[in-house]
Ligand binder design. Structure first.
Ligand SMILES: [Zn+2]
Length: 218
């Protein structure tokens, strides 16, 4: 787990900034506790700002890692294997960038290798790098697919993400059971319906992610 203070922050124009100190972050949490109407000095809350800061270091650890580097290190020979590689039900926890509320769900990744494959643990780490940031689900989906496509250069990549959003299940529209499904299909998964269908059948989402995805538009 990283101490955020040692790492630079990244502005959207690419420039770097010094992150606030841990003490500043803890003070901000204490301010939120007071704002909610509570006493941050109460026994049960006294260590809460420090705990929240440590939790944030875990939930937002993805900013300190380069997803392409992660994949670059572990290419393997495929010994003629040319069928679909599928890893389904990768659990993830992310946070929505609109409310900083949790997004909890599963990612399914499929690809058809051309020359190389990547270790299972690297696929899981790739999901974590993108999930441990402030996100929208559509972007996590696209980032996972695009990174795999760029680095592995397979014949195709398919990514489906199912997520429940804390900002929707616990407040606002209060839709406790609603699940958002997003997908990105590249290469043969986009061009060949039977390949896409094989993937969707394997993750038991047949039809659910077919042809209706804003992110599939080029
Ligand atoms: Zn939200």
């Amino acid at each position: 787990m990283d101490d955020f203070t040692k790492l630079p922050g990244h502005l959207s124009d690419g420039s770097l900034f010094h992150r606030p100190s841990r003490v500043e972050a803890e003070r901000a949490v204490a301010t939120l506790i007071r704002w909610a109407g509570e006493d941050p000095g109460r026994e049960g809350l006294i260590d809460t700002p420090a705990r929240v800061a440590r939790a944030y270091e875990e939930w937002f650890a993805g900013y300190g890692e380069d997803p392409e580097q992660l994949l670059q290190r572990t290419f393997e020979e495929v010994a003629g294997y040319d069928e679909m590689v599928l890893l389904r039900d990768i659990r993830f926890v992310s946070h929505c960038e609109h409310h900083m509320a949790p997004i909890v769900g599963r990612v399914h990744i499929g690809y058809l290798p051309r020359n190389r494959v990547v270790g299972i643990s690297k696929l899981i780490r790739l999901v974590e790098v993108f999930a441990r940031r402030l996100q929208i689900q559509e972007r996590i989906t696209a980032e996972i697919a695009n990174t795999l496509d760029r680095v592995l250069q397979p014949q195709g990549v398919a990514v489906v993400v199912e997520g429940t959003h804390g900002c929707m299940t616990s407040r606002g529209v209060n839709q406790a059971a609603a699940t958002l499904v997003t997908s990105r299909m590249l290469g043969v998964f986009r061009d060949r319906p039977e390949t896409r269908q094989e993937f969707l059948a394997a993750i038991e989402l047949r039809g659910a992610a077919r042809g209706t995805n804003a992110l599939d538009r080029e």
